[in-house]
Design a protein around this ligand. Sequence first.
Ligand SMILES: *Cc1c(COP(=O)(O)O)cnc(C)c1O
Length: 217
Amino acid sequence: MGLSDIRSRLEAACTAAGRDPAEITLIAISKVQPNDRVEAVLEAGHRVFGENTVQEAESKWPDFRARFPGTEVHLVGPLQSNKARRAMELFDTIHSVDRPKIARAIARLTDEIGRCPDLFIQVNTGEEAQKAGVLPSDTDAFVAECRDLNLPVRGLMCIPPAEETPSLHFALLRKIAERNGLTGLSMGMSADFEEAIAQGATHVRVGSAIFGDRVYS
Ligand SMILES: *Cc1c(COP(=O)(O)O)cnc(C)c1O
């Protein structure tokens, strides 16, 4: 466990898949982690992080960004309309765009703020009732709608159902991305990032395998 171990495993997965590690962005998911663990990973030179909520990013990242120039922070958790403006100010990339209402809010705020983070559309590949994301059958239409709004959609994101084979979901996400001309694939977490790389992931989101288990109080 730890950053250097995950980097080696990422490189080995790339070699096995005939891919260049430079094609893959390792997002260190720092949600719920104590600041000393996050700081250690920053000190080791890592600069791409992910958070689950606007609130947690707000409390942690303005300080770290000031101290560690070049740091990028991605939102990987759900995005509420009433927090959209703050999210757009705080994050470099948002991975959880999943409904027309939020797409329209982002488009309106882009005009006001004058910039927009890179965006990924979250797809609910397992069609789970409790999970966020657009359904696979609705994704083409939603991608088109986002393009009509001139949103900078870079790719698709998924979180496979816990009890299913992740590779099948990664392959489905890739297929939907390809038919929509999207090159970004945000998929793979601590337990399955190597499989995700084999299936074409461009962004892997690894938390506990880098930082250690999350301790919820
Ligand atoms: C927490 C989280 C991760 C990281 O999970 P680990 O199992 O700790 O690697 C990745 N993606 C999302 C969307 C998350 O919420």
